[in-house]
Design a protein around this ligand. Structure first.
Ligand SMILES: [Mg+2]
Length: 416
């Protein structure tokens, strides 16, 4: 089935909020599991029958053209380049010049919203609307404004951001008539402020409860790395199993105090880079200090909470496993042998089982383990992990005796 409307994708923004995460990349080209985010947006629309796209581009637009050219996956792609910033409204108005259909669908290139585009067009035409917005129901949120409608779906108001229990947000997917935008004055303007919010046009809403994610928000961008591939049917993932001390943070004997914690240079960025390439990030760390009575599991939980908080805007760790046991520990409850204690493969096996429960298969042969001791390398061998990488950033290592496949200075040098 073919959608008989051209699709404009707003792909000009430089992603202020995401900038420190993917500074060199055009926002819609931000990597998600090894592919540009825009590719998923295009794929989803093409799967629904879209055949012609007008990409409204500006900042670093060459990255987009070099990737997709003038055709992608059976669809035609043309570019509407803004020479000076036009705002969302000006960008849509300019892109309309290149559209060939009377009704046009507009998508925000930095959000993914699984809305039924054929149904959107059908309702838009049936009601004779000038604009039809997709509306996404959300609960317990404060980062979006809300939209209200009457019982016929006619838009009655846009409301500022504030904490909301339940409401509808603008899904960023619109159907509109080409002539509606052509009536707007040239130059920069905001589509939201100048076109939607004054309610001078006949505007309707269509509620869709499809999957929605906004990669302009770091936490959503990190979530997208696994959620989007899963939605596109990917079930097999690679994992980077990372030792903690000496790999992510500086090795300090029996580290447990937050004030003693220090990231190794480049480690947070390296973690995010691996994740963007499609690796799950799983920390596996021996913490025999619990069995030895130096600190408690509560201390570990506090430290791991601190690490995740520190990484909040820069990187994401999928899971952390630790082993508190030691066969000669002073604390009786923790004095035992454990398959979890590296070089035992227990923590890796638990991770495989836990992710399988979420519908994700970890392909150990294509996964990696990174550690600063030979014990980490042996763990990789015992668990059947394909790539075993020793780093020089922690304990002293014997490079002549290691069974590692690779030796690098630090996590920052590990390539995906
Ligand atoms: Mg270590």
């Amino acid at each position: 089935m073919r959608i008989d409307a051209d699709i404009i994708i707003l792909a000009g923004g430089f992603g202020q909020r995401l900038r420190h995460v993917v500074s060199e990349t055009q926002k819609v080209m931000a990597p998600v599991c090894g592919r540009p985010f825009l590719q998923y947006v295009l794929d989803a629309a093409i799967a629904q029958g879209a055949r012609r796209f007008v990409l409204a581009v500006g900042y670093k637009w060459e990255q987009i053209r070099d990737c997709f050219g003038d055709a992608y996956n059976g669809a035609e792609i043309v570019y509407s380049l803004e020479q000076t910033p036009l705002g969302t409204g000006g960008a849509i108005r300019q892109a309309m010049e290149q559209c060939q259909t009377e009704d046009v669908i507009v998508l925000n290139g930095d959000t993914f919203f699984d809305a039924d585009l054929t149904e959107l067009l059908r309702r838009h035409r049936e009601r004779g609307a000038e604009i039809t917005l997709t509306l996404k129901p959300m609960t317990d949120f404060d980062r979006y404004g809300t939209v209200t409608t009457d019982e016929n779906g006619k838009i009655t108001g846009f409301h500022e951001k504030k904490p909301v229990k339940a409401g509808l947000i603008n899904g960023g997917v619109y159907a509109l008539r080409r002539e509606t935008m052509q009536k707007m004055p040239e130059g920069p303007f905001s589509f939201e402020k100048a076109v939607l919010e004054p309610l001078t046009l006949t505007s309707f809403g269509m509620v869709c409860d499809g999957y929605f994610i906004d990669i302009g928000i770091p936490a959503d961008y990190f979530r997208a790395q696994t959620e989007i591939p899963l939605r596109f049917g990917q079930t097999v993932f690679r994992a980077a199993f990372l030792d903690r001390d000496g790999v992510i943070n500086k090795e300090k004997r029996h580290l447990w105090k937050i004030e003693d914690f220090e990231f190794i240079d480049g480690a947070p960025r390296a973690i995010e880079r691996l994740r963007e390439q499609g690796y799950l990030i799983i920390v596996v760390t021996n913490q025999a200090g619990v069995a030895k009575g130096f600190y408690t599991e509560e201390d570990i939980a506090a430290l791991h909470g601190y690490i995740k908080e520190q990484l909040k805007d820069t990187a994401y760790i999928d899971a952390i496993y630790y082993c508190p046991y030691h066969p000669r520990g002073q604390v009786e409850a923790y004095r035992k042998d454990s398959r979890d204690r590296k070089p035992g493969p227990g923590m890796i096996e638990r991770a495989v089982a836990d992710f399988a429960a979420k519908g994700m298969t970890i392909d150990l042969k294509r996964s990696m383990i990174v550690g600063d001791t030979e014990r980490d390398i042996e763990t990789g061998i015992n668990a059947g992990i394909g790539r075993k990488i020793l780093v020089r950033s922690g304990h002293a290592i014997d490079e002549s005796a290691t069974k590692a496949d690779e030796i690098v200075d630090s996590l920052a040098d590990v390539t995906g």
